[in-house]
Design a protein around this ligand. Structure first.
Ligand code: HPA
Ligand code: ZN
Length: 316
């Protein structure tokens, strides 16, 4: 089944580039820059990948990102991920990057964006993997900080295709970012947002009605709200679900509890994605495989999920 799932042509629509930083590359970059790490070796770092919730993961994820400093680092990070795409027949990807994680440490915006987009264009030419980069705002920071990030980004408008919203969900509702999303949309950028991962279904309503998003990242808690599910089905709003992320971050206790196949049967446009594969135990094929092993996903269901991902691309 693994080989069959691996060969299935698919798109990845929920992937944080900073979350593809494998421990081996993290140590290599730390050495490149003479950064002292709190973990003795790769195994010790991997052993720390035990999370009780989203925030516990984010604390480690932001700490790890500190080794990303030069254009070459961002290129190497992105290139390693694109090679995984090639291996797993991910023919198209729409990755996120979090500029504020880097600019707040003094790394210039252009260093980040140039390293990433150079790798994406090489990936298209050399590997045949097409892409569209999504600039994501950090929701634990203020809306003013997001506005300043958008100001920095607009001179590079050709380098990204959409805006998104990620980081700590609880206590940071989408409505907090209403104005900056309205401005980004007026500038011609479609919007997506993380909602309904740990946060309530109400955050999904807000993302749709107040941010004007065309896709919901995660969205698994929509399952608690029948009226919301009717809306998502009627409008065929894609949900970018991340099964291994959800079990690693205890959104579901176990893969056998995951609701993705029930949502697929309900007519929702659900897709399968890896979120932060270096931290959650696998890339897209491993996520499909976990659904097969934990939920008995059939080949026909996998085909529908993969087709949904191709249909839900922003860039076609
Ligand atoms: N949720 C919110 N923010 C994130 C995630 C996630 O799963 N991964 C990286 N940033
Ligand atoms: Zn995410």
């Amino acid at each position: 089944m693994y080989d069959w799932l691996n060969a299935l042509p698919k798109a990845e629509l929920h992937l944080h580039l900073e979350g593809t930083l494998e421990p081996e590359l993290l140590f290599k970059l730390a050495e490149r820059h003479g950064v002292a790490l709190p973990w003795g070796d790769v195994e010790a770092l991997r052993a720390a990948y035990n999370f009780g919730n989203l925030q516990e993961f984010l604390d480690l994820y932001y700490a790890g990102a500190d080794v990303l400093r030069t254009e070459q680092d961002f290129y190497d990070l992105t290139w390693a991920y694109l090679q995984k795409c090639k291996e797993q027949n991910v023919i198209h990807t729409e990755p996120f990057f979090d500029p504020q994680t880097h600019t707040d440490r003094g790394i210039p915006f252009e260093v980040v964006v140039r390293g990433i987009t150079q790798a994406l264009s090489d990936g298209e030419r050399q590997l045949g993997v097409t892409s569209g980069l999504i600039l994501s705002f950090l929701r634990h920071l203020s809306e003013d900080a997001a506005q300043a990030t958008l100001d920095q980004a607009l001179p590079f408008r050709d380098h990204f295709v959409a805006v998104g919203l990620d980081s700590s969900e609880k206590g940071h509702p989408p409505s907090k970012f209403k104005r900056v999303f309205a401005r980004a949309r007026a500038e011609g950028f479609p919007a997506v947002a993380h909602a309904g991962e740990e946060g309530p279904p109400e955050y999904i309503w807000e993302a749709l009605d107040q941010l004007g998003v065309v896709r919901i990242d995660h969205g698994v808690r929509a399952f608690e709200d029948e009226r919301l599910m009717d809306r998502l089905v009627d409008q065929q709003i894609p949900l970018t679900v991340c099964p291994l992320s959800n079990t690693k971050l205890c959104v579901f206790d176990d893969m056998s509890q995951h609701t993705i196949l029930k949502m697929l049967d309900r007519g929702l446009k659900v897709t399968v994605n890896s979120d932060d594969p270096a931290y959650f135990g696998g890339y897209v094929t491993e996520n499909f495989m976990a659904l097969h092993e934990g939920l008995g996903m059939t080949q026909a269901q996998a085909q529908r999920l993969a087709q949904n991902s191709l249909d839900a691309r922003l860039v076609k």
